[in-house]
Design a protein around this ligand. Structure first.
Ligand SMILES: Nc1nc2c(ncn2[C@@H]2O[C@H](COP(=O)(O)OP(=O)(O)OP(=O)(O)O)[C@@H](O)[C@H]2O)c(=O)[nH]1
Ligand SMILES: [Mg+2]
Length: 408
């Protein structure tokens, strides 16, 4: 299953600029409000050092790419139409597009750190806007959307709880109702526990404050979120970033410049520069091909990388979401343990993202569900040790699954 990451944020924050930069697509970007009218989907990559060097083989990647010793593993990105305060009441384009975000495994909330958008979402003098207010207002709209879904189904949940009389049934009904937005029973249980309330407390009401707190908890748990502080190329963004970092302590904040990222991405397509995953930066390949603005972008990004100790930029943000927030490991399943290949002889063909704590059985499920039935063990190619089906996989494991029902 491909990981899906959705860009959310205020109109004009720069979501599409970042989306284009990460996916290589050319969706419309504009300095007027609500440029994006429909959700867009594209492919981006997360990067990790490839294991082929360690095994001293030349690989033939199939589900991913291998460039200069780095594996590029695909993830799905979605760009959404922008939000604005009052969206849940129908302002701007409203929140109807948020239903497209329901499938997200994680959000990237794009904030204009330079303060170049006004209350209404129009482009304004840099520094005149309030990035922190933008952030809280848009978060408020997202929570409101979650709350709406819960409220719309509260009657049904109440009836079921009444009929069955049990808390467990209540949690089940609530999770059925929210399954469409990837909210699980566990999310609901933890949210209720954190608030120290029961489903009965939720449905006997209406208690606006409680519903809001519950919606906020469920939102946090089901859509892990990274904040991207955008437009760092503008001088006013430093103050904006500092304010965001002072006030928001529960979420990672990664500074970026979508504008320069996009410029350099285009320059890399022309062969002028090349992305360097080791330092999360671009390096010059052909100085002759670089325009003055591209040189400025490079210069800015290099200084920026030093200042932020390399914790900056879109690639770092995507990697952070997948490897840290979603706690994914990379595992390489191989059908042929001697050649480290698939049945067609392609060496280290697939790099699979799998949640930390997953077992050999989970891997078998991801590779081919038939493997699971007769599963015997997993062979750890690095050590030659046979691992039990319940073995918890580690990042970078290369595994051959041995099953009585099918050869992995
Ligand atoms: N200076 C600067 N401008 C940027 C940056 N990123 C985006 N912009 C500008 O901000 C404006 C809005 O960019 P978009 O990418 O269309 O923003 P959006 O969030 O997709 O907007 P909607 O589709 O309306 O929600 C455009 O004029 C961009 O050129 C950045 O990093 N720096
Ligand atoms: Mg857009």
């Amino acid at each position: 299953m491909t990981i899906r990451i959705v860009f959310v944020g205020k109109t004009n924050a720069g979501k599409t600029t970042l989306f284009n930069s990460a996916t290589g697509l050319s969706a419309p970007i504009g300095d007027y409000s609500f440029t994006t009218k429909e959700p867009m989907i594209g492919k981006a990559y997360v990067t990790t050092p490839c294991v082929h060097k360690e095994f001293m083989v030349k690989d033939n990647p199939v589900n991913s790419l291998c460039i200069d010793g780095w594996r590029y593993i695909p993830v799905e990105l979605m760009d959404l139409p922008g939000l604005i305060k009052g969206a849940s009441l129908g302002k701007g384009l409203g929140t109807r597009f948020l239903s497209a975000a329901a499938v997200a495994d994680a959000f990237i909330h794009v904030v204009d750190a330079s303060g170049s958008i006004d209350e209404e979402g129009k482009i304004a003098e840099p520094g005149s806007g309030d990035p922190m207010l933008d952030y809280t207002e848009i978060e408020g709209e997202i929570i409101q959307w979650f709350k709406g879904i819960i409220e719309n189904n509260l009657g049904r949940v109440a009836r079921k709880v009444e009929e069955a009389g049990s808390e467990r049934e209540g949690i089940k009904v609530l999770s059925d109702v929210m399954a469409g937005i990837k909210v699980t029973k566990e999310h609901i249980t933890v949210a209720l526990e954190d608030l120290n309330v029961s489903v009965k407390d939720l449905v006997k009401g209406p208690n606006e404050d409680l519903l809001w707190s519950f919606a906020a908890k469920v939102r946090e748990l089901s859509k892990p979120t990274l904040i991207v502080a955008n437009k760092m190329d503008l001088p006013t963004a430093d103050v904006g970033l500092r304010k965001l970092r002072d006030k928001i302590t529960d979420k990672p904040i990664i500074p970026v410049s979508g504008r320069y990222e996009l410029l350099l991405k285009r320059a890399s397509e022309n062969g002028a520069v090349k992305f360097n995953p080791v330092e999360d930066n671009y390096i010059v390949v052909d100085n002759e091909k670089l325009s003055t603005e591209e040189k400025r972008a490079l210069d800015f990004m290099n200084k920026f990388a030093m200042r932020e100790m390399m914790r900056h930029g879109l690639q770092f943000a995507l990697n952070f979401v997948v490897f840290k927030l979603l706690r994914m490991n990379v595992v390489y399943p191989v059908a042929d343990p001697k050649r480290l290949s698939d049945k067609k002889g392609r060496v280290l063909p697939d790099a699979i993202l799998i949640k930390d704590g997953s077992t050999i059985i989970d891997l078998a499920e991801a590779v081919h569900s038939e493997l699971v039935k007769g599963i015997l063990y997993g062979l750890d190619i690095r050590t030659g040790i046979r691992l039990p089906p319940s073995y918890k996989l580690k990042d970078g494991d290369v595994i051959h699954i041995v099953s009585a029902s099918r050869r992995g």
